[in-house]
Design a protein around this ligand. Structure first.
Ligand code: LCS
Length: 393
């Protein structure tokens, strides 16, 4: 079956499946660290890359490959490399493209640790980074230097929900022969496919929507071309940033229901955002589905839907926000996002606490900002929960 020609849900359910001799309908978990060679020459051919096959699970494993093939199909890519976490994928991406004397441009509001690793480890290795508001493509062009080797954007951003026009940034970057990688975690491939918009590499924290059940961490890079895929796989194996076969199986299983979950959560999010925006105790709501979002038109053009991530500010600032977070009963006060359960958190003191106050200010992560990851519960129950919590302020 050629899954390039099928619809998204057919890919989500079937792409990547292994057809083993017993006829198992689902891909088995190959819980093995190593693979026996048929003979010495077979082993030598595998190591020389003259024959396809498995050698050692840090380098590759059939269950992991099954997931990678599914992810490549969902993002319309050539192939994918899975990692033990989203940050494993971020680190491998940077290590593959950046060396001493090189420069990277990234979104100022990029996920905190993605910025943190550039401003610490990579800076120590002699890699310079510039963080700009990539929602302005001209700011990206202005930041380009002779030694710029990668443009890494996140859209929509965590937690400020700012969008970057992927098509425009890719067009500018390609004039200078610079590859563009996009962190597509917040949209998931259900709502946005960066490779189709001109990007070269897509990154996912699989921990979020793709696995969707808040029970594993994982990451992936999906590429447009075979050569980049090979380079990224080599970095993954050298760094030991591989996924475990059981972890891969969990994501492979979760991904089958990806669009059902994403679309239900999005339906809930739209109702909640509209309700919050009208609530007298709410100062502001940032959600791409609302006409009040400054990039509502770009969201409609670039994404197939506004998703289920939003941020908002409560009147009365951080103290009022804390009261809300301590009073919700259904929504869990926890970091992470994109699962079936609704989560609430405070980025300035939690996910983005590692950034300097200046970096947080540049990224627009104000002290009162509360992030809300809407799950697939009943919208009425989530609204009732927020209502009783807001009543306590
Ligand atoms: N990219 C984005 C946009 C993320 O939100 C995260 C994690 C990562 C990359 C890294 O992925 P991980 O290694 O955690 O799988 N975001 C988190 C968050 O907002 N709360 O906890 C983790």
């Amino acid at each position: 079956m050629d899954y390039k020609k099928t619809g998204f849900d057919t890919k989500a359910v079937h792409a990547g499946d292994i057809h083993e001799p017993f006829g198992a309908v689902v891909t088995p978990i190959y819980q093995t660290s190593t693979f026996a060679f048929r003979d010495a020459d077979h082993g030598a051919r595998l190591f020389a890359g003259e024959e396809e096959g498995y050698i050692y699970t840090r380098i590759g494993n059939p269950t992991i490959r099954s997931l990678e093939d599914k992810l490549a199909a969902l993002e319309n890519g050539t192939g994918a490399v899975a990692f033990g976490s989203g940050m494993g994928a971020v680190s491998a991406l940077f290590a593959t493209f950046l060396g001493q004397g090189d420069h990277i441009i990234s979104t100022s509001a990029v996920y905190g640790p993605s910025r943190g690793i550039l401003e610490t480890y990579f800076r120590n290795f002699g890699v310079a980074s510039t963080f700009v508001d990539t929602s302005d493509p001209f700011a990206v062009e202005k930041a380009i230097q002779n030694n710029t080797k990668l443009i890494y954007i996140e859209t929509p951003t965590n937690p400020t929900i700012v969008l970057t026009d992927i098509e425009q940034v890719a067009a500018i970057a390609h004039q200078y022969d610079i590859p563009v990688a996009v962190d597509n975690t917040f949209s998931s491939p259900v709502l946005q496919n960066p490779l189709d918009l001109g990007a070269d590499i897509v990154l996912h924290s699989l921990t979020k929507f793709i696995n969707g059940h808040a029970d594993i961490v994982g990451g992936a890079l999906i590429t447009k071309d075979e050569e980049t895929l090979k380079k990224l796989r080599k970095t993954m194996a050298y760094f030991g940033a591989n996924m475990d076969p059981h972890q891969a199986y969990m994501v492979y299983r979760g991904a089958k229901t990806l669009s059902l979950r994403v679309l239900k959560a999005q339906e809930n999010a739209m109702k909640i955002a509209e309700w919050l925006e009208k609530h007298p105790k709410i100062q502001w709501v940032k959600y791409p589905g609302l006409p009040s979002h400054p990039q509502h038109e770009l969201a409609k053009r670039q994404m197939r839907g506004p998703g289920s991530m939003m941020s908002f500010g409560v009147k009365g600032g951080l103290e009022a926000g804390k009261k809300l977070m301590n009073s919700v009963e259904l929504a869990k006060l926890a970091v992470s996002l994109g699962g079936v359960e609704t989560l609430i958190q405070h980025p300035a003191s939690m996910t983005h606490a590692g950034l300097s106050p200046q970096a947080r200010q540049q990224a627009g992560i104000t002290d009162e900002l509360i992030r809300f990851s809407v799950g697939i519960e009943d919208a009425e129950d989530l609204i009732a929960d927020l209502e009783q919590a807001l009543d306590k302020i």
